[in-house]
Ligand binder design. Structure first.
Ligand code: FPP
Length: 260
């Protein structure tokens, strides 16, 4: 199959998708990929469908991309599913979004278990409806002994909120005498963030769909040296080929982390 998405790679124009996957796997695969899944509403609007239809379609893409990221050998896939700012949306849309983890995990949990994926939650549990939290916690418990890719759902997550929470806990621990101001290092602060227990804390690659070129309060500390990749396409139209293109773009970049 010749892929239209890759037609810009003239020398690879005749390569099949699986050839390209095999080639990418011989190079450095980003260990932690984070995705801002944007454009569900516009996808639906374009089809004269209610916004929630876009979220439902987006949920199916989550399944597809989870499988493919795991196949590529990604260690952590963080998905921005609901931000601390998303509560401002109309109540029915919020309620719908809060039911999606249940539907997703209710349908695909056995698949995640068999694919050795570990489900995690990044965000404040307080504030999530009980049924949403119960679904995620059940998935976390059932996949806790898996050893493969971590599927890290950012739900009720905001980066500034994460930092405020981290500083509050850090100050409390300091007052309790656990350390002094001189002991505060980047490493110590990181240990108070919601990414502290992930096998790879900082994303190597951040993807945002739908043509918006902004970060929207997502992992501000953790993306200090992350490679960014944007696509005009809406999240429900995101495919394995998009992810592969982003990974191949990552592989062409020379990361220097401030060095030369
Ligand atoms: C942004 O698009 C998307 C969201 C706020 C929700 C993302 C959620 C999913 C993709 C489904 C999550 C699935 C699981 C399993 C939890 P938007 O609505 O802001 O789009 P717009 O900018 O076009 O309006």
């Amino acid at each position: 199959m010749m892929l239209k998405r890759f037609s810009f790679l003239k020398d690879k124009a005749n390569a099949s998708f699986q050839d390209l996957v095999a080639e990418a796997k011989q190079r450095e695969i980003p260990e932690h990929i984070a995705i801002i899944m944007d454009g569900n509403g516009r996808w639906a609007k374009r089809r004269a469908l209610p916004r929630v239809a876009g979220h439902h379609e987006g949920m199916k893409v989550v399944r597809k991309i989870t499988k493919f990221a795991s196949e590529l050998g990604v260690k952590v896939l963080t998905l921005y599913a609901f931000s601390t700012e998303n509560w401002k949306r109309p109540k029915p849309e919020v309620e719908y979004l809060m039911k999606l983890p249940q539907e997703f995990l209710g349908t695909f949990l056995p698949e995640l278990v068999s694919e050795n994926v570990q489900v995690r939650l990044m965000g404040h549990k307080e504030g999530l409806p009980a049924h949403t939290l119960a679904a995620v916690e059940r998935a976390m418990a059932e996949t806790a002994h898996n050893t493969g890719m971590v599927l890290n759902f950012a739900l009720n997550y905001g980066s500034r909120d994460e930092m405020v929470y981290a500083v509050k806990n850090l100050v409390t621990d300091s007052i309790e005498g656990k350390f002094t101001a001189e002991d505060v290092t980047e490493q110590l602060l990181s240990s108070y963030l919601m990414t502290s227990s992930l096998p790879v804390q900082d994303p190597d690659l951040l993807i945002r769909t739908s043509g918006e070129i902004r970060i929207s309060n997502f992992m501000l500390w953790q993306i200090a040296y992350t490679e960014l990749w944007f696509t005009e396409d809406y999240w429900p139209d995101f495919t394995e080929a998009h992810l592969l293109e982003a990974v191949m773009s990552f592989q062409k970049r020379g990361r220097r982390f401030g060095g030369v």
